[in-house]
Design a protein around this ligand. Structure first.
Ligand SMILES: Nc1ncnc2c1ncn2[C@@H]1O[C@H](COP(=O)(O)OP(=O)(O)O)[C@@H](O)[C@H]1O
Ligand SMILES: [Mg+2]
Length: 256
């Protein structure tokens, strides 16, 4: 059974006295343990798609199922990371990571140990007792990932988590994310507008059209994991990136 399955999902927003067709129809599925990346131009409906999967937004048409069950409200079993880290400045780093346990019964006394282990795995263990405002953007985003993984979610939903970071920090975050994904064996949906990031971090890439976002192409990424950043210089990697870029050139999203 697929971990996530979408059938002809569409979204239309009411704006003023008109309607805005933001997304779809889109159909695809994600298998348990798979790492899927979706790459698409700004405004094509990527965040809307992720919010629908997470149960934070209702589809106007079509169905979404997670582990075979229809999504009807916010998913308890999903860890979500947004572009903005949404850390609470008045809480220590470790208390931010522990936050999701406070909404659950039976959180267990092991949770502080778990939070520490995740912070260590993400390379920010030394900041556990510090405050979010003392950390750089990349360090804060590591904490946001730890928080999303805290309750051992069945899936991780990432909405352009590194878009606000500089290029070097972003590269570093790609390596860090890949490491923690392997350790946690979590099914992942990564939304990004970076072609390189999509290919580096996934087993499969879906390419989306401009609004209303539809799936233009689906590409398997064959490189074994974990990958080194140098894989990006492999001709086969460059060929996949080129294939994605051509879709954007053909549809006028990228113009040279
Ligand atoms: N709540 C909303 N009401 C009206 N329009 C919206 C709403 N949310 C998103 N949109 C519009 O839907 C389109 C897709 O938005 P979004 O999913 O955020 O795109 P992306 O994440 O790919 O940049 C955009 O044109 C956006 O302005
Ligand atoms: Mg978005």
């Amino acid at each position: 059974m697929s971990a996530i399955r979408l059938d002809n999902v569409e979204k239309t927003f009411s704006v003023g006295d008109g309607e805005l067709h933001a997304l779809g129809p889109v159909s695809f599925s994600i298998e348990p343990g798979e790492r899927l990346a979706i790459v698409g131009p700004s405004g094509c409906g990527k965040s809307t798609l992720l919010r629908i999967i997470a149960g934070l937004e209702e589809a106007s048409a079509g169905t979404v199922t997670v582990d075979g069950r229809a999504v009807t409200g916010p998913l308890a079993g999903a860890g979500i990371v947004f572009q903005r880290d949404l850390l609470l400045d008045w809480r220590s780093i470790i208390d931010n990571v522990m936050l999701p346990t406070e909404f659950r019964r039976n959180a267990g006394s092991g949770s502080r140990t778990r939070a520490r282990a995740l912070l260590d795995e993400l390379g920010v263990g030394e900041f556990a007792e510090r405050s979010p405002w003392e950390l750089s953007g990349g360090m804060r985003q590591r904490v946001a990932i730890a928080r999303a993984l805290m309750c051992r979610p069945a899936m991780l939903l990432l909405d352009e988590p590194f878009s606000a970071l500089d290029a070097l920090t972003r590269d570093q975050m790609n390596v860090v994310l890949q490491r923690v994904q392997t350790a946690e064996k979590v099914t992942t949906l990564l939304i990004t507008h970076s072609i390189q990031e999509a290919v580096f971090l996934s087993d499969r890439v879906l390419v989306m059209s401009s609004r209303p976002g539809r799936i233009l192409d689906e590409i398997e990424v064959p490189f074994p994991q974990p990958r080194r950043l140098a894989v990006r210089e492999d001709p086969a990697f460059a060929e996949i990136a080129r294939r994605i870029r051509l879709h954007f050139e053909r549809t006028g999203v990228l113009v040279e």
